[in-house]
Design a protein around this ligand. Sequence first.
Ligand code: VGL
Ligand code: ZN
Length: 199
Amino acid sequence: MVEGALIVVDVQNDFCPGGALAVDQGDEVVPLINGLIKRFEHVILTQDWHPAGHSSFASSHPGKQPFETIMMPYGKQKLWPDHCVQGTRGAEFHPELEWTKAELVIRKGFRKAIDSYSAFFENDHETPTGLSGYLRERGISKVSFAGLATDFCVAFSALDARRQGFEASVILQACRGIDIAGSMAAMTERMNDAGVALV
Ligand code: VGL
Ligand code: ZN
């Protein structure tokens, strides 16, 4: 068994080909992640889980298009197509993801006025999801990330894991990115600087 927790980030239909915010080859990570799930001591899943009309949706801002950036009270926010709406098929885990072993599902982005990329904090970098407390209480000090998207939810989760004092690695082979406006290179550099092991 690999020590620590595997955190499987947002392997949901809307981030896979055919979904509302599809990541290129997003579904290719599923068999790899299924293999990892078997090998890890603990497994935690995250699930992007937005109410309809969420403030990160371009459709909630008249005249705005997906992938534009706007200012929100908590800072810059990229706007997305409607995705991962609570209770829809797009928000469900990929049908081939073997998730039954998971001990915890962290849902994020459920507050209408604030987006959440990280598994630890919402995009104000202050509002916690409770994951740090959960890991600490359970004595888990090491986390490894796989899933979607490398340059958004995976990267922000890994950075916050370091900020919270956890040992963090990203299993790149089992991640796929969105890569808009150089986001992959920028986030890779930030993860390296923060001491995230990219493996
Ligand atoms: C994500 C954009 C919006 C992600 C979630 O999982 O990386 N990206 N919501
Ligand atoms: Zn989202």
